[in-house]
Design a protein. Structure first.
Length: 266
């Protein structure tokens, strides 16, 4: 009975932190970029009808999915690095930890709150892409676009975890820079490993191979070009991406909790 009560209170505290994080994100007007995004995509749908030769739908999928990734990464980095540092700078962590809230619960709640914010963000932007496709008669590409968007969201979950990890021990500016570098290298990791093997240097090969295995392989979630060509991400690909993202996020959050638990706020 006691164990079930403890678990219930644990989830309640995490949910409360996640809900407050989500509300703060909305107050910061993060979601207002959605209106701009939908208007831009819709305008492009009209203009591309005159500028392209029957490729309106493909261009909208390519443009739309890349824009979703760009907006999502921007929010993941610049909001993610501020989730922890903002609480420390405002000294609200003292009030939070004065309550029966563990530091691990605080980190997990912050992560879930931003993940929910990005989920809403991504869904609304995906609807904008779907409406633009319907407008130009490209409804057959909607399922392909939604598959690509699903993989993009899984990628963003990893980026959020990386941002929160760096923010647990570094300044906001440095955390944002490091997270951006991880995002870039994550998309180039396979190429870097191949480069290391082709150079013939044992040291270079070991370094680049280590980077490949240690940093997230974000190229696994890249399906935007294929979606624009009408290919649909199958259930196996999405499930594999979800398992990889879940495992990597679990490691990131565990490291964050360990580092954050050792910080002294006095």
């Amino acid at each position: 009975m006691s164990d079930s009560t403890d678990k219930s209170s644990l989830f309640s505290r995490i949910f409360s932190i996640a809900r407050n994080t989500f509300r703060e994100a909305i107050r910061d007007r993060i979601l207002y970029n959605l209106v701009l995004f939908v208007l831009l995509i819709t305008a492009c749908a009209v203009l591309l009808g005159e500028l392209t030769d029957g490729q309106e739908a493909r261009t909208i999928v390519n443009l739309g999915t890349n824009a979703i990734l760009l907006f999502g990464v921007f929010i993941s980095i610049f909001v993610g690095v501020g989730l922890v540092s903002k609480e420390i700078e405002k000294k609200t962590v003292y009030a939070i930890f004065a309550k029966p809230v563990r530091r691990g619960e605080f980190i997990v709640g912050k992560y879930l709150g931003l993940s929910l914010t990005l989920l809403v963000n991504t869904l609304v932007m995906a609807i904008g892409v779907a409406l633009a496709l319907l407008y130009v008669g490209g409804g057959s590409l909607i399922s392909a676009a939604m598959g690509a968007v699903s993989l993009i969201y899984l990628e963003l979950l990893i980026v959020i975890g990386v941002a929160i990890l760096f923010s647990s021990f570094s300044s906001p500016a440095l955390s944002a820079l490091l997270t951006f570098f991880v995002f870039l290298i994550g998309h180039l990791s396979s190429s870097l490993r191949d480069l290391g093997e082709s150079l013939g240097s044992a040291v270079t090969s070991v370094v680049l191979t280590s980077i490949y295995y240690l940093l997230p392989n974000l190229s696994l979630f890249s399906f935007r070009t294929e979606a624009a060509n009408g290919m649909v991400a199958n259930a196996q690909m999405i499930a594999g991406g979800a398992l990889y993202a879940g495992a990597y996020v679990a490691v990131l959050l565990s490291l964050t909790v360990v580092i954050f638990s050792r910080r002294n706020f006095k």
